[in-house]
Design a protein around this ligand. Structure first.
Ligand code: PMP
Length: 465
């Protein structure tokens, strides 16, 4: 496919963008000397820019969102049909796609039963934090209100979510933050030596990292801790997959101290790791799950907070206490395009066997990256789950000293020049940075995977020799 660029009026687009768009995640200084890339069109896992150049998108729309790939007319048609019928209604009233998608979603999440709609991952996490706080007020006189989060995890962009954010590089300059959020140590086995727990690996390390959570709970007082919020696989913090045994111990600790387990599936949810949800890889039973990106693959803005009946029932209003329910609304949680798109998105994943493909292609991606590590000493560690993989770059394998940010940019830039878009996580944090990140759409074929790693091979050779 060569795109339909000829039919697009691109005159003045770059100038308008340069003059008026404030882009995400970037300092605009660079645009004084280079033009921003305008992505004009997408099909499958390929996108075309303003110059007609084709790119293989190995990061699903920059931030791991377009799980079913670009150009799905079936989703667009479903959205259109729904919008002309009913585009919106919020509050206590429902919609057909809202009810149908909630039912389908819950089928995939045994043990959970209620879906609360909103429109971004940050918002879904805020809702969960609010529920924890309200439960503390309802049941524990406000005392059991603290929310634990993990070093290196990210839960969103609002001040509340940044208060639960374990990536210092994102938080710097945005404080002061909300009180009642407490950090627990990360679980990155590759850098276990930095944590002062001795020479641990595998399950023993996972147990130790989970025990460290219990230590924080005991230090804070279990009667003050309401919830633990974790990503199943830490995404932007460095693609961190926990070792065997970690999650079992985490679950045990939460049960022991009556602490709600909130899993942030904003990245891992809806297929990314080869299961519907990342937590399902580890047999965990969460009390609250939040999701966003892959729910409708970016065809519409939709996020969900899903809870158990136990949580939901706490918010049923007693007749004598009319203020006791969840006093929250999301205006755009009433947009029907989201659930209409999400229904089709889920159907596509099922009909095309994308969970199975994700597992198989994820294995291939990791194998290819491991083969590259044999050849390029700069690859210190390869990790991941399904089609979410990272390759950490180190200047020296023994010391694990990270390579410079400039060199990581040289690698991602070289891949971009070759027509393959890859990512890199947390480039500015000494000690944990410089992880190349791969999260192609779940439709990736073996050839696509080989094309991605082939580009990385060539880039590493050019940058590091
Ligand atoms: N949680 C995680 C794990 C994320 O990676 C992100 C976004 N990258 C968010 C929450 C926030 O989602 P959103 O940008 O939709 O607010």
């Amino acid at each position: 496919m060569d795109g339909t660029l000829k039919e697009n009026d691109l005159s003045g687009v770059v100038a308008a963008d340069k003059a008026h768009v404030w882009h995400h995640l970037v300092s605009h200084k660079g645009f004084e000397t280079t033009d921003p890339k305008i992505i004009v069109e997408g099909k499958g896992l390929r996108v075309w820019d303003q110059n007609g150049k084709e790119h293989l998108d190995a990061v699903s729309g920059a931030v791991w969102t377009v799980n079913v790939g670009y150009g799905r007319t079936r989703i667009a048609d479903a959205i259109r049909d729904q919008l002309v019928q009913l585009n919106y209604f919020a509050g206590a009233m429902g919609s057909i796609p809202g009810a149908r998608f909630a039912e389908r979603l819950i089928e995939k999440m045994p043990g959970l039963s209620r879906v609360y709609y909103c429109n971004s991952g940050s918002e879904a996490n805020e809702k969960a934090f609010k529920m924890v706080r309200q439960i503390a007020h309802k049941r524990y006189g406000g005392k059991k209100h603290k929310i634990l989060y993990r070093d290196r995890d990210y839960h969103g962009t609002t001040i509340g979510c940044l208060s639960a954010g374990g990536q210092q590089e994102r938080n710097a300059q945005y404080g002061p933050f909300a009180p009642g959020f407490v950090e627990v140590p990360h679980c990155l086995e590759y850098r276990a030596a930095d944590q002062g727990w001795g020479d641990l690996s595998g399950e023993a390390y996972g147990q130790r990292a989970a025990d460290a959570i219990e230590e924080v709970i005991l230090r804070e007082g279990p009667d003050t801790v309401g919830a633990l919020c974790l990503e199943p696989v830490t995404a932007g913090g460095g693609v961190i997959t926990p070792p065997q045994g970690y999650w079992e111990r985490v679950q045990e600790i939460c049960r022991k101290y009556d602490i709600l387990l909130h899993i942030d599936e904003v990245v891992c949810g809806v297929g990314r790791t080869g299961n519907w949800f990342g937590y399902q890889n580890y047999g965990v039973k969460p009390d609250m799950v939040t999701m966003a990106k892959g729910v409708a693959s970016g065809y519409a803005a939709i996020a969900c907070l899903v809870t158990t009946d136990e949580v939901f029932d706490l918010f049923k209003t007693d007749a004598d206490d009319p203020m006791d329910y969840f006093r929250d609304i999301s205006t755009f949680g009433g947009c029907t395009a989201g659930p209409a798109a999400a229904l089709e998105n889920m159907a596509i994943i099922e009909e095309e066997g994308l969970l199975e493909n994700t597992t198989a292609m994820g294995e291939r991606l990791q194998e290819n990256l491991r083969a590259l590590a044999e050849k390029h000493a700069v690859i210190g560690d390869v990790r991941g789950a399904g089609l979410f993989c990272g390759a950490e770059l180190v200047a020296d394998r023994a010391s694990k000293e990270p390579v410079s940010e400039a060199l990581v940019k040289a690698v991602t830039g070289d891949c971009m020049a070759q027509g393959v878009i890859i990512g890199a996580t947390n480039r500015s944090v000494p000690g944990y940075n410089n992880t190349l990140c791969f999260a192609p759409p779940l439709i990736a074929s073996a050839d696509d995977i080989d094309e991605i790693t082939g580009a990385v091979d060539a880039a590493l050779t050019r940058v590091f020799g």
